[in-house]
Design a protein around this ligand. Structure first.
Ligand SMILES: Cc1ncc(COP(=O)(O)O)c(C=O)c1O
Length: 372
């Protein structure tokens, strides 16, 4: 059957998400599992959001509102854009896929950083485009390197800001200097899935940039700080003419009604967002100190996850992330090994609740001792 498939599809390495809790329970017969592998908000959705979901349940026999009217209206008000500047997706992943479907011709090039979010490569290949990964510099998007890689065939550039899996960001000044050098015939996607966790003050005001640059698409999600990963809902912000084009390839009813109701309720719950930010700041501080005491190198993060180098040059060791993750899994703690990104000596952990962070560190300390 492989001969029937398009060549570009055969080249795709399927995305392997973090192991689900239920799968680990089944496989290892464990009852208590901590999952810190997929950068979810382990505080979960607010009680207000859960109530909105319950209230909506009797109406799920109806198709969802295709236009996501109320959610778009609220978002537009908060973001100070028009509803026509918004497109909702079944996760921001869906919009990531709509972009090449709309703009990319076979053979055209898509540039993004490496290591970065793995979906950029997949959506490029789905459309028969050519992926052009550009190595990060000091774990950070190398925007100058990306500009140098632009050719006549470049059509899309993905900038993951802050970047997954390194947690680093590029500033307003850096993005402005970059955009000045990118021709307008290239779509620049600013993937801001983790924006709400950023602590640095110089994070770009990307919506402000939309006024100056017509080739930008900003991606955001309800999966992270709003705690709605399981419902799959994200959105894109762009000029109206760009949204109109993307909307041509969006299938009807792509965002389910429960996701719409929950996203709307969660937007109104400022307390939960504040609580999550506080938890993240405190968790970050605790984890940094713990990594230092364990002699591990970490990359300072602007997100709700941390990339850890298990084998810093000074340690003289070579520890495999995969082995450490296996040791932790046996103890019921799921984190991410990084071989899919080519980072075999690294692990990535989501910053969780205080007790989750403590249990993770306890288990990590033991796993490092076992592997000594
Ligand atoms: C950088 C980045 N963008 C987008 C997403 C996907 O978000 P969504 O769940 O809205 O599809 C993720 C999820 O891990 C991510 O890390």
């Amino acid at each position: 059957m492989k001969r029937l498939a398009r060549k570009s599809i055969l080249e795709i390495k399927p995305y392997k998400p973090g192991k689900p809790i239920e799968e680990v329970k089944r496989e290892l017969g464990l009852r208590e599992i901590i999952k810190l592998a997929s950068n979810e908000n382990t505080l979960g959705p607010s009680s207000r959001t859960i109530k909105a979901l319950r209230d909506y349940l009797p109406k799920i026999y109806l198709y969802p509102e295709d236009s996501c009217f109320y959610l778009k209206k609220e978002l537009a008000k908060r973001l100070k854009v028009k509803m026509e500047n918004l497109i909702m997706g079944n996760g921001s992943d869906e919009i990531m896929e709509l972009i090449p479907k709309t703009f990319l011709n076979p053979g055209e090039e898509v540039i993004y950083g490496h290591p970065s979010f793995l979906i950029y490569e997949i959506v490029t290949k789905i459309m028969g485009g050519k992926p052009v990964p550009i190595s990060l510099k000091d774990y950070t998007y190398d925007l100058k390197g990306i500009v140098m890689a632009i050719t006549r065939k470049t059509k899309i550039i993905f900038v993951c800001n802050p970047n997954n899996p390194t947690g680093t960001m590029v500033s307003e000044e850096e993005i402005r200097a970059f955009l000045k050098r990118v021709p307008e015939r290239i779509i620049v996607v600013l993937d801001e899935a983790y924006k709400d966790y950023v602590e640095r003050r110089d994070f770009p005001n990307s919506i402000g940039l939309l006024k100056e640059y017509k080739n930008i698409i900003i991606l955001r999600t309800f999966a992270k700080i709003y705690g709605l990963a399981g419902l799959r809902i994200g959105y894109g912000i762009a000029r109206e003419e760009v949204i109109d084009l993307l909307s041509k390839v969006r299938l009807p009813f792509n965002v389910n009604s429960l996701a719409q109701a929950a996203a709307l309720a969660s937007l109104k719950d400022k307390e939960q967002v504040k609580k999550t930010r506080r938890m993240n700041r405190e968790g970050k501080r605790f984890l940094y100190a713990a990594f230092e005491s364990l002699g591990l190198e970490y990359i300072p993060t602007q997100t709700n996850f941390i990339l850890i180098n298990l084998s810093p040059a000074c340690s003289g060791t070579r520890r495999s992330g995969e082995k450490i993750c296996r040791e932790l899994l046996i103890k019921g703690i799921i984190i991410r090994e990084m071989s899919a990104w080519g980072l075999n000596n690294y692990i990535r952990v989501t910053i969780g609740r205080e007790e989750e962070n403590k249990k993770f560190i306890q288990a990590l300390r033991k796993a490092l001792e076992v592997m000594r």
